[in-house]
Structure formats: C-alpha cells, structure tokens
Design a protein around this ligand. Sequence first.
Ligand code: GAR
Length: 195
Amino acid sequence: MLNLGFLSSHSGSNVQAIIDNVASGKLRANLCALVSNNSHAFVLERAKKANIPAFHISSHNYADPEKKIIEVFNEHNVNTVILAGYMKKVSADLIHNFSNRVLNIHPALLPKFGGEGMFGSNVHKAVIEAGEKTSGATIHLVTPNYDDGKILNQMTVPVLDNDTPETLAKRVLEIEHILYTDTLIKIANGEILIP
Ligand code: GAR
C-alpha cells in the first residue's frame, strides 16, 4: 500500500488533486502526513481540511529541519515521499531514508529545462524562449542532484504561439493534476517499475 508523505511549499494544487482522487476511490493510498517549509502555505489548510497531519518545518523553527522531516514521516509510517511544488532541495539523508521512494513533479519535459533555478515560471519562460512546440510535466525519482533521477512518467501539452509563461503554466498544471495520480496508480499496479 502507498503511504504518502507530502512536501509542498505554496498552493498545493497537486496535493489537492491527489487528495480528491483518493477520496473518490480512483487512487488507493494512505495520506499520512504533509510538511511545508512555509508557515503561510495554503497547502497546510488543504491538508488540515482533509484530516492529514500537517506540519510547518523549516530552519525558522527547527535547528535540523531535514532530520525533523524524516522523524515526522517515520512516525506517520510514510513509505513514499511526494514532492509537489516543494521549493527546497531535499537532503541526501531523506533520499537515503526513503530510497527510490522520493518522487518529484517538474513542470517541463525533463531532461530538458531542469536543474538549479528551474522552477515555477522560470521553466515556462525558458521553454517559450527556446521556441519549443511542446512542453509538459515529468514525474521522476529524486536524487541529490536537481531534476536528475530516473524519469517515471510524462505527459505533454502544446506550446501555443501567443503563450506567456502564465498561460503555459496553467496548461501544464492541468495535466500535472492528472499525471501524479496516474503515476502512483501505475507504481501500485506494477506498470511503472521503480528499483
Ligand atoms: C507545479 O507546477 C510544480 O510542477 C512546480 O511548482 C508548481 C506547484 O504548484 N514545481 C517546481 O517548479 C519544482 N521544480 P502547486 O503548489 O499548485 O502544486
């Protein structure tokens, strides 16, 4: 069974999509805990509303936030860590603790348009400036290097001639909401194999 622990920094619409798909029975998973590094993140409200234990953990309130995150996830029996709009680099310790079970969603078609600094609208701006006709979203395993781990699943969207980073971000986010759940279902039923 997938026991999910979430890391998310802002709105958390990807977390909400997973919450909704579990509630509807589409995805079988336990929603064990959610951690945000941002005490004002709307995702904390989303988690509380869904009765998911929610925690603000950052260097503002913990001397060793990464250690605390691992503790919280272990206490709540997390076996799969879901990064969804998490704007911090996760520690090698966390990656080691949840070996090959830390997933991230990236708002472009990796291996292109990834790496340090490539988050949010920076990604979509780079895609448009490169003249790409297609973009999309990628779910990949997390390694100590940014956006570097094994690619598990991708979905594409067109890039339109008059796109701005905002219009493209909106189109990509719509498929992100499908892609995370689709990936988790395929992991659960063995269609996507992770080491
Ligand atoms: C999503 O588009 C996600 O792919 C992106 O942040 C957004 C979070 O939206 N993540 C990154 O850029 C990480 N490199 P959400 O908070 O509404 O799920």
